[in-house]
Design a protein around this ligand. Structure first.
Ligand code: 13P
Ligand code: SF4
Length: 350
């Protein structure tokens, strides 16, 4: 990266000292990760954000829903800055507050709402987290989805899982003994979600029809192709991948799981990884003694994660030095109250 920008980022960070705390998600570019005080998956970053009450500014190098969660979990005096406001998440955008409220009406009409506990993936807007909190549900991430579902099925007979159908289905079917027939897909673009009242009554998992535009692009073909190309390869994928991909792979796990698996891997072992490309490249560089390849060469970076680049980070940090707080992410108090209830339930999971 540009040495001038690197020097400016260093100088601005040094000038701010403990006033600023920089969080970096694993899918961020190397040039940004270099300046992160902590890195992590969305679960770890949610906890870490709350662990620095003395920092006036939290600069969140990740996407919008993560910055919102950081705002909810930090004190009112702390300001959360997202270096580029266009860093959203296509998955989070697939469930709006209006659509989810309408879905709850459909469940109520079918007589199943009372038996249903909402579980929202971290990758959702603060509005959806607040909906979840208001209806007695919890948030989950890819590293605690099973624990969240175990908890939810202690509270009710059904789960409404938002917004990632794949994480919901993969966790239910592969880790909870729920069958594919017990999962139904709620399509917010169809009347009544495209489901009959009977289908809703018979279902255990009501999956929202959302997906990740990066992980959703891996196919079972990519898995077969890499097995042919690299004999003896272990295929490890993120649970946001489609069910057919996860069942074709050898291992499935969250970002933190993938990192730990590669740390523990034998020298000389061969791995094909199905997750975001920035992370896979960084892992390949960190483990030159292992052969680590990207599962499918036609799949790209997460374009919104990549919007946070060094020029945006420098701009955000230099603005703070000059006394301006740019791109502040704030969640209104009413939304925050209920979203926090749902997030706190997640943080209290065993
Ligand atoms: P985790 O950080 O929970 O692994 O989520 C992956 C992801 O897609 C984040 O946007
Ligand atoms: Fe959203 Fe997928 Fe990008 Fe994560 S990787 S921010 S889920 S689009």
């Amino acid at each position: 990266s540009d040495p001038d920008l690197v020097a400016r980022a260093r100088a601005a960070k040094a000038a701010l000292g403990d006033r600023v705390f920089i969080l970096g998600h694993h899918y961020q570019r190397d040039e940004v990760i270099e300046f992160a005080d902590v890195t992590g998956d969305s679960f770890k970053l949610a906890r870490d954000a709350a662990a620095r009450p003395e920092a006036e500014f939290i600069v969140f190098c990740g996407v919008h829903f993560m910055a919102e969660s950081a705002d909810i979990l930090t004190s009112a005096a702390q300001q959360v800055v997202l270096p580029d406001l266009a860093a959203g998440c296509s998955m989070a955008d697939m469930a709006t507050a209006e659509q989810v409220a309408e879905c709850w009406d459909v469940l109520t009409e079918a007589g199943v709402a009372d038996a249903t506990v909402p579980v929202a993936y971290m990758n959702s807007s603060a509005d959806i987290k607040a909906f979840t909190g208001r209806h007695g549900g919890t948030i989950c991430t890819s590293s605690n989805a099973k624990r969240a579902l175990d908890w939810a099925f202690e509270q009710g007979q059904k789960v409404l899982f938002l917004p990632d159908q794949h994480l919901g289905r993969n966790t239910a079917v592969l880790e909870m003994g729920i069958t594919l027939d017990e999962c139904v897909l709620y399509n917010p673009h169809k009347p009544n979600g495209g489901l009959t009242a009977e289908e809703l009554r018979n279902a255990k998992m009501i999956l929202w029809r959302g997906h990740c535009s990066v992980h959703g692009r891996f196919t079972a073909e990519s898995v077969n192709e890499v097995r042919e190309r690299i004999p003896g390869v272990t295929v490890l994928v993120h649970p946001e991948c489609r069910h057919e991909v996860v069942t074709a792979a050898d291992l499935v796990g969250s970002t933190e799981y993938i990192i730990k698996a590669l740390d523990a891997a034998e020298p000389g072992s061969k791995w094909a990884i199905g997750t975001e490309l920035n992370l896979v490249r960084r892992l390949a560089k960190a483990h030159p003694d292992k052969e680590i390849v990207f599962l499918d060469r036609t799949v790209c970076f997460c374009s919104t994660m990549n919007r946070i680049d060094l020029p945006h980070l420098v701009w955000a940090l230099e603005s703070l030095v000059e006394g301006r707080v740019p791109n502040v992410i704030t969640v209104d108090p009413e939304t925050e109250k209920y979203a926090k209830a749902a997030l706190d339930r997640m943080l209290a999971l065993p």
